[in-house]
Design a protein around this ligand. Structure first.
Ligand code: SAH
Length: 220
């Protein structure tokens, strides 16, 4: 698959639609620019190519999905990153959200628990040139203590509750964005305001695949 002027046109349209939504319209120009730049159709199976720039989620293999463009844009906007910040992402999946963060020039560490997806996405991201600082096969519930603390942590799977390890790996002044809930999730933002205090804000309801424990080396 190639990236063509037609795909560019579809991306521009998608970015505009994200700004015109009624619920949680996206206004961060840097996030919109990343959406306009990254060839989302290449992250999907070619049978979905024509729909890659509609605001829908898709299967990416191993029983997982690539989040809807609006969900990716909204989570990224909530994360409020700036260039050079150290960011931990839980749930690499297709790598699309990772590419958005790399485009925003953060130092990205990203963790995936499914070996099959991990390998596929590692190869793919290096092929298209959106390369995180480090990609890890592991259980995101544990975070990645070796590089802690982080300016930002983003969870892209539905967590039944907020993992204590992730809160512990935030810098003071840092922020965690995490969808919390079983079935449906409430988008939740935690700010670490002191070593022992966190503030919490809740946004709308979203649908994510569940955050599961332990590494899975085979899907069948
Ligand atoms: N950010 C991804 C979203 C993929 S869906 C994208 O843009 O495509 C969520 C991903 O989280 C899945 O790939 C799933 O395997 C992974 N996941 C679920 N629980 C996890 C855990 N405990 N640690 C790491 N990854 C996890």
């Amino acid at each position: 698959m190639k990236d063509t002027a037609r795909h560019q046109g579809m991306r521009n349209l998608l970015a505009r639609q994200l700004t015109e939504r009624e619920q949680y319209p996206i206004s961060d120009e840097k996030v919109l620019q990343a959406i306009r730049t990254i060839p989302r159709h290449l992250f999907l199976d070619s049978i979905f190519e024509e729909k890659a720039y509609q605001d829908i989620a898709f299967p990416i293999g191993a029983g997982q999905t690539i989040s809807r463009p609006h969900t990716v844009a909204f989570q990224t906007e909530l994360l409020q990153v700036s260039e050079g910040q150290k960011v931990l992402e839980i749930g690499t999946g297709s790598g699309y959200q990772s590419a958005v963060l790399v485009a925003l020039r953060v130092e990205l560490y990203t963790i995936e628990r499914q070996q099959e997806l991990f390998k596929k996405t590692q190869l793919f991201l290096s092929r298209i040139g959106y390369i995180p600082k480090k990609m890890l096969l592991g259980d995101g519930y544990k975070g990645y203590p070796a590089q802690a603390p982080y300016d930002r942590i983003l969870v892209t799977a539905g967590a039944p509750e907020v993992p204590k390890e992730l809160l512990a790996q935030l810098k003071v002044g840092g922020r965690l964005v995490i969808p919390i809930g079983k079935g449906e999730q409430i988008m939740t933002v935690f700010d670490r305001i002191s070593p022992i205090e966190f503030s919490k804000q809740e946004y709308g309801t979203f649908g994510f695949v569940p955050m599961l424990e332990n590494v899975q080396t085979r899907t069948r």
